[in-house]
Write a protein that binds this ligand. Structure first.
Ligand code: NAD
Length: 334
């Protein structure tokens, strides 16, 4: 039986990844600062550890016998644009420590395969209509925020440890990911969850506020598609039947490019409500995104869930959370 360590298993993407690994028959250890907020973990073992500490990284990686076959490093201090822009010191400090210690310890402890979750935030801003950037276009670098700079550094760190210790390192640059069982309130939620929440909280005929002017272009990738991409990538190898091996960073996300206004419209349509949208100033981030998916597609992966279908699966989950929270508040007041 293969054994996998999933770092950040109390979080959104890792929660879905653990389920996927269990379906594949793995023994899984999850590790995080906190338990998963929305679903009981399916990991065989779950350790509460702060991975900024090298000793905790070693404990996370230690097994009674042998070493982990695969380590998935998704732990990060992160959130949507609002959080990233106001917590830039924490993002740089905490994420650099996690990645420095985890990639070092994993390599030193002879882990065979190491996956690192980077982000398309490593790229510069783009203008609508610009041709797609490839992975190599991240250099010369000019990320829009400190979160992206740290990811760029952590990519290089993981690759350097991979070269020195012979650890197979796979790095995906995730596009914005959404789906059920992700943060939907509190300031760390991303745009799809925030908009679903605002619409779910609004009464029929109400007005919601959305940051920016709605013209920013984004790609939103459904969690199941992203997890499938992670799983495909970590197993890419010259020795596999496809003969493909994706060393170096790889863009991972859907091909469906939409404006923020399209996203808002989709959520409103799925909700069945009549809602007016007022665009207000706020931390929007970059204006446009357009990244080549040729490398990940060379492994046979492609996104299968459209934005419409993904929102149709996500909105009811967030609506149920909003309803449960409102009922709990009523109960406490009574
Ligand atoms: P998330 O916030 O839901 O999960 C990250 C988890 O890391 C959290 O549960 C958090 O508690 C944990 N963590 C933070 N600091 C820690 C520490 N010191 N020790 C142990 N655990 C710690 O985020 P997510 O959306 O699931 O993202 C997973 C990864 O994917 C992150 O590395 C993120 O940067 C990257 N990513 C995500 C997206 C996206 O849209 N979700 C886009 C690009 C990149």
């Amino acid at each position: 039986m293969k054994r996998a360590l999933v770092c950040g298993a109390g979080g959104f993407v890792s929660g879905h990844l653990v389920k996927r690994l269990k379906r594949e028959g793995y023994w899984v250890r999850g590790v995080d600062l906190k338990p998963h907020e929305f679903a009981p973990t399916q990991a065989d073992e779950f350790l509460l550890l702060d991975l900024r500490d090298p000793e905790n990284c070693r404990d996370a990686l230690t097994l009674p016998d042998g070493t982990f076959d695969e380590v998935y490093q998704l732990a990060a201090d992160m959130g949507g644009m609002g959080f990233i822009s106001r917590a830039e010191c924490e993002v740089l400090h905490n994420n650099a420590l996690i990645n420095i210690h985890m990639s070092h310890k994993a390599a030193e402890m002879s882990v065979a395969r190491y996956f690192f979750s980077s982000s398309v935030c490593v790229y510069r801003d783009m203008q609508p209509g610009e041709p797609a950037l490839t992975e190599d276009d991240a250099i010369p670098a000019n990320p829009d925020n400190e979160y992206g700079w740290e990811k760029l550094y952590a990519e290089r760190l993981a690759m350097a440890y991979g070269r020195r210790y012979g650890m197979k390192v796979r790095i995906a640059r995730f596009e914005n990911c959404y789906g059920p069982e992700g943060t939907w309130r509190g300031g760390r939620e991303k745009a799809p969850a925030a908009i679903c929440r605002k619409v779910a909280e609004a009464g029929d005929g109400a007005t919601i506020e959305v940051w920016g002017d709605g013209t920013a272009i984004r790609v939103f990738t459904y969690a199941d598609d992203l997890v499938e991409g992670i799983y495909t990538m970590i197993h890419s190898d010259p020795s596999t039947s496809s003969g493909q091996c994706l060393e170096g960073p790889v863009n991972l996300g859907s091909d469906e490019r939409v404006t923020v206004a399209d996203l808002v419209k989709t959520v409103i349509e799925v909700s069945g409500k009549k809602i007016t949208v007022r665009y207000v100033p706020g931390p929007v981030g970059v204006q446009s995104r357009n990244f080549s998916k040729a490398r990940i597609k060379s492994l046979g992966w492609e996104a299968r869930v459209s934005l419409r279908d993904g929102i149709a699966r996500t909105y009811p989950w967030i609506e149920a959370q909003v309803r449960t929270k409102a009922l709990a508040a009523q109960f406490h007041r009574a």
